[in-house]
Design a protein around this ligand. Sequence first.
Ligand SMILES: [Zn+2]
Length: 308
Amino acid sequence: MAVIPHRISEIALKTLSVLLLAVCAEAAEKKIKVTTTVTMLSDLVKNVGGDRVEVLGLMGPGVDPHLYKATAADVSKLQNADVIFYAGLLLEGKMQDLFAQMARKKKFVYPVTEAIPIESLLEPPQFAGHYDPHVWFDITLWAKCANTVATGLSEFDPSGTPQYQKRAKEVQFRMEELHRWAQQRVKELAKEKRILVTSHDAFNYFGRAYDFQVVGLQGISTVTEAGLADMTKMVDFVKKHKVKAIFVETSVPHNTIERISKDAGVKIGGELFSDAMGTPGQMERGYDLGTYEGMIKHNVNTIVDALK
Ligand SMILES: [Zn+2]
């Protein structure tokens, strides 16, 4: 008589444990859905969030954030996100209204550059009263943005807080090392050789952090095309200062810099990453160009090698 109930309870237990396992596995697999904009930011969020997050970046390699307009698919990626991070400071110029809209509807929407103290921001005259958004080229400033990421993820997922804080600290430690490496590498150039000529004004923070005179053709963004007057001035400048090389950028058309190169008889020193990183997995001298570290190392090596 006792055999049947025993067997039933055994079967029930087995079924229950299978069910429990399935529930646990699902909970472990359920990652926090984070939507970001530029590639540098996606990299930062992946590094701080680790395996608790799944990051969807709206902009890929070579994409210009100043001109980028959200597609219908992007809007649904933002709507479906648990947490949204964007750069801010008008970097994503044409998406501002969309972020404002998302911030009204959702709780977890963060511009990461809010972690940077206002007194550390640059406001160059050509930016017409706006802050310069290209903060990632001062590694010490970009490191601060890891704090906004850790806070934002913790607000949505409080149980992950210790992990986010620990990982943010590790990210910041690696960035300090990268900053010191960049300082050492640029020391190979004498002060008078540290002149960086590019097509759009993305390198003002780089110039301040690593002691370069930075000359860009375009103002706040890539929206305005360089005028002829600026071109002539640039050609004169390059000749006068005997600049050894000027640089094109991956996310900006090359034509103006190529024209100046021809007119001033100066070589193009290489292609720099300005507003987007390279393709993930593309290796160069042992670093991955699809990472923030790879982007910085590529730029610094390219600049120093060409101007030496
Ligand atoms: Zn830019």
